[in-house]
Write a protein that binds this ligand. Structure first.
Ligand SMILES: [Zn+2]
Ligand SMILES: [Zn+2]
Length: 327
């Protein structure tokens, strides 16, 4: 009898609990339905805060710098050779490529092979990163089946447009040819004019990277951890491009939008071709920086360590120079 009473109480208790759950469940559903217009209004109101007025000149400057870099690099490539590996993303600014065994082959299947060099071009120095062009940044998430409804434009350009920069390309179809024409007669330019182009390009590169960094503090951008797809906007998208599966979005940084393409570089003292045995003695630099310095521009101080301009490695104040340096 006592047990039955206990069970009864317990089931009563369960009943009460279930009732409470059901009330919360339905009231929750009610709340969501009521909340929906409020949420939509908040999103609309948030859109009114954009573009942030103070950031418009930054976006405009980034857009202009980008065009200048494309034109500068296109011009310098008429004079300076760039080599690219047939099987991996490795690039070298120079005539013959190098013999450093860092080739991972097609689809990363190999390890530590010598690269196979072919003539490179603009895209090897400035890796193209594209994103969907949205009419406004708080657009609903793009679904997979909608992927052809949106134009693909350079990610930096999309960031600048969303940040309020004005550009005639914005209202017509994106023409990738429009900003990579080179200076006429680049092949026969005197060295001082070439130096001016190289210095201007390098300065524009720094302005662009600083500007993009500033814009990314205000405007959200995402990059996929698996396929490096970039999305400018708060939400990411659901369009699968080359990788079959869901994107894993994380916050994008300036390198995701404008990859620096780090290349091996020869120091002044080193022989013409970089050999695998001496790899510890060679420097690195972003491809644009290396291209511009080879045309005579002075690299900003922040790259000197990476480029090993002051020797091989430093231990406190003491530099450890390669024996060759003392010759
Ligand atoms: Zn390779
Ligand atoms: Zn992905």
């Amino acid at each position: 009898m006592a047990l039955r009473k206990k069970l009864c109480e317990s089931s009563n208790f369960n009943g009460k609990l279930m009732y409470t759950f059901s009330r919360y469940f339905s009231s929750n559903k009610m709340d969501l339905r009521k909340l929906k217009p409020m949420i939509q209004k908040r999103i609309q109101d948030r859109a009114k805060d954009y573009p942030v007025l103070g950031m418009i000149p930054v976006a405009q400057e980034v857009l202009n710098s980008r065009r200048l870099i494309m034109q500068g690099v296109s011009t310098l490539l008429k004079v300076l050779p760039v080599m690219a590996c047939k099987f991996c993303p490795e690039v070298y600014i120079g005539e013959k490529g190098h013999l450093i065994q860092t080739c991972c082959g097609f689809k990363h299947r190999d390890k530590n092979r010598v690269h196979e060099w072919i003539t490179g071009g603009l895209n090897d120095v400035l890796a193209p990163v594209e994103a969907f062009h949205l009419k406004h940044m708080f657009k609903d998430v793009i679904k997979h089946h909608q992927r052809f409804d949106f134009e693909r434009v350079p990610a930096v350009v999309e960031l600048c447009w969303q940040a309020g920069a004005n550009d005639e390309n914005q209202y017509s179809n994106w023409n990738p040819e429009s900003d990579c024409f080179s200076v006429d007669g680049a092949e026969s330019l005197p060295s001082d004019e070439l130096l001016m182009i190289a210095s201007g390009t390098l300065r524009a590169w720094e302005i662009l990277r600083n500007g993009v960094e500033k814009l990314l503090t205000v405007y959200p951008a995402k990059v996929c951890n698996h396929c490096s797809e970039v999305h400018i906007g708060p939400s990411g998208h659901k369009a699968r491009l080359s990788w079959q599966g869901t994107h894993f979005w994380r916050k994008a940084n300036v390198d995701d939008l404008m990859p620096p393409k780090i290349v091996w570089r020869r120091r002044l003292q080193d022989p013409q071709v970089l050999l695998n045995e001496g790899r510890g003695f060679y420097g690195h630099a972003p491809a644009v920086v290396e291209l511009c310095t080879q045309a005579g521009a002075v690299a900003p101080l922040k790259y000197h360590c990476l480029m090993k301009l002051q020797g091989v490695a430093t231990l406190g104040n003491q530099s450890l120079y390669h024996p060759k340096d003392q010759m």
